[in-house]
Design a binder for this molecule. Structure first.
Ligand code: HPA
Length: 274
């Protein structure tokens, strides 16, 4: 049995009768989005074989099932990052497990730094594309053809129809939604000002330390993907005398969680998920 089949079995036993077509991944400081879940049932990552335990403050490590806007969802409250030392195969195991449980769409959220002067901390950015700057990839190694093909297309990794639904959700919830390109930096350090200047020239609009490995695994497995960044800060060196720290990410995250929740509640009402 594969690792994702074993994990899916454990979840079926822990959450009997629970299924969903949509799953959400909650990023740094965004765990409180899960408070909106109705009729919740949950299982700790510690009780799911192979699931990586998040080791960063602000990440819980709980899989929740319930309804949001009347729609059944799985919610991953907390994620593991490459910089914590987890192998990338472990980081994407939750995505593969959710695919085995029958989800069709994966909605990822994260905390990110802004590379655009007009995209201020506290705002949200829908990902239209990404740049994998990490040099790493969770698909390296023998291909599991039961999951997906060796070579796969990334031209519309961020699903066009889900993006349109996010725009509708933003409109309906009166949340300003920026759009742009996310660059995955491995971390754990924040970037240098020179790196931020370089990433701007490369065409990135936001930078963060997650999401891209999950997107790669999800697209490999044929899932539809959408992703939204909560902007917690400007990139290093963009604001004079500003020092970046994780506290920053978490305190801004609390504000962002409120607008992220409103956006996602509207987005989940959309008939695209039926
Ligand atoms: N850089 C990388 N990751 C981040 C940042 C940043 O500035 N802010 C939040 N996550």
């Amino acid at each position: 049995m594969t690792a994702y089949e074993a994990a899916a079995d454990a979840i079926r036993k822990a959450l009997p009768g629970r299924s969903a077509r949509v799953a959400l991944v909650l990023g740094s400081g965004l765990g409180s989005v899960a408070d909106a879940v109705e009729n919740p049932a949950s299982v700790s990552f510690a009780d799911i074989p192979g699931f990586p335990k998040p080791r960063v403050e602000g990440h819980h490590g709980t899989l929740i099932h319930g309804t949001l806007s009347g729609r059944e969802v799985f919610v991953l409250q907390g994620r593991a990052h490459a910089y914590e030392g987890h192998p990338l195969a472990d980081i994407v195991l939750p995505v593969r497990t959710l695919a085995a449980l029958g989800i069709a769409s994966l909605v990822l959220t994260n905390a990110a730094g802004s590379l655009q002067d007009e995209m201020v901390p506290g705002s949200l950015m829908m990902l239209t594309d990404h740049i994998n700057w990490s040099g790493a990839n969770p698909l390296i190694g023998p291909n599991d053809a039961a999951l997906g093909p060796r070579f796969f297309d990334m031209t519309q990794a961020y699903d066009v129809a889900l993006r349109a639904a996010l725009r509708r959700g933003a409109e309906a919830s009166d949340v300003a939604l920026h759009e742009g390109i996310y660059l995955w930096a491995l971390g754990p350090n924040f970037e240098t000002p020179a790196e931020i200047r370089a990433f701007r020239i490369l065409g990135a609009d936001a930078v963060g330390m997650s999401t891209v490995p999950e997107v790669l695994a999800a697209r490999h497995a044929g899932l539809r993907v959408a992703a939204v960044s909560g902007i917690t800060n400007f990139g290093a060196g963009m604001v004079a005398n500003e020092i970046l720290d994780h506290e920053h990410t978490l305190t801004q995250g609390a504000t962002i969680a409120e607008s992220m929740t409103r956006l996602l509640l509207e987005f989940l009402k959309d008939s695209i998920h039926d």
